[in-house]
Design a protein. Sequence first.
Length: 452
Amino acid sequence: MPKPGSSAHRPLTAPILADRFAARLWLAVVLTGVGAGLAAAVLTRLLELVQHLMWGGTGLDLLAPAAATDPWRHVAILAAAGAAVGVGQFLLNRLSSANGIEITTAIWFYAGRLPALRTLASATLSVVIVGMGAALGREGAPKQAGAVMANLMCDRTRLPDEERRLLVACGAGAGMAAAYGVPLGGALFAVEVLRGALALRFVLPALVTALTATGVSWAFLPDAPTYRIPVWSGSISSTLWALLAGPIIGLASVAYVRAVAWADRHRPRGWRRLVVPIVVLGSLGVASISLPQLLGNGRDVAEQAFNGQLGPLLLGALLLLRPLATVACLGSGAPGGLFTPSLAIGAMLGGVLGLPWSWLWPGVPPGLFALAGAAAMLAASTQGPISAVVLMMELTGYARAAILPLLLAVATATLVARIIEPRSVYDARLSDEQVGERQKARDHAPEEPGPA
């Protein structure tokens, strides 16, 4: 039975500009974009502040200041981050009567409704521990904040459930767009990955929300690509490599998604939620003394891979240890995103797969292997190939350079991953029954109306 006020009986089949809720929806779209942009700016500045206080340095660069920090500080800072996770999760469970809900679960099974206070508190905790060095992504926080803003606007404008689902996805995508300066990629991520359908009635609100949020954030954050890398051209060699490497990356993404799901199911309970994060993150601090590349969301190490600055031994070590660090942090109960960690893991895997190919067929820049690997892993693990390609272009400032090998790697990796595993990395908490229900909803989604 649908909840009171549910629009389950009223599919969103009419063109969204002509819908009777259109005026309220578009007002909520714009206001959600403004709120998501402001929230992303605040959270990014908080991340920079925490990182500066803990490690020194400026901006979002963590690798250089961490490499120059005394070994004992690595252990102390990460153990303190573990303590913050334990205490923070304890307080969230004690002070908030509402259980935490993932954005994907909220959109598909709760009409987009989220507990506002708990979600914002979790977002803040996520930013703090990522700034302290936890191997998780920073995009989780602005996504959560954008989703909360969307819920607030839906409550104020009394939008039905179907519009709420859409707007919450748009708000989450807008938060991500504002944090990374990727308006088109954020909009496509909202509809392809979170809402599950690339339909015109979804794309237009997502674009407006993401553009508004990004425009607002640019008043406070720099407008520049996240990764500064050379521009390479595709070749026959890189194209053939992409055809062979794509399926391998797809298989690796399946293992990664299942590892994330396993870690989520085995999060500590009871008194262990106070102890386990300290042990896990403290161990990460010990490992980071020799390998500071394990710290943070992986932005720095991915950029090094894109620029061909990592040797074979270091690439191999990071390919094994970066996923382990991310899964361990997640399994300890630490909140955080998986976007940049997934991208970084893909960059390591692409770089490693490129090593034997360079011996057999020299001439392809090492960074191109890493770039295609990052895009393929991102696409396969999120099961959003179109948004992944656009996001990589916006994050790196690329246009058509080397687009053919990148697209081939993305397409083959996503195809293999979808055949084996229906979940994306953002669906890890869904049960098999919920995955089936969601797939039925996608399969029976109303088509775009034709001309009258």
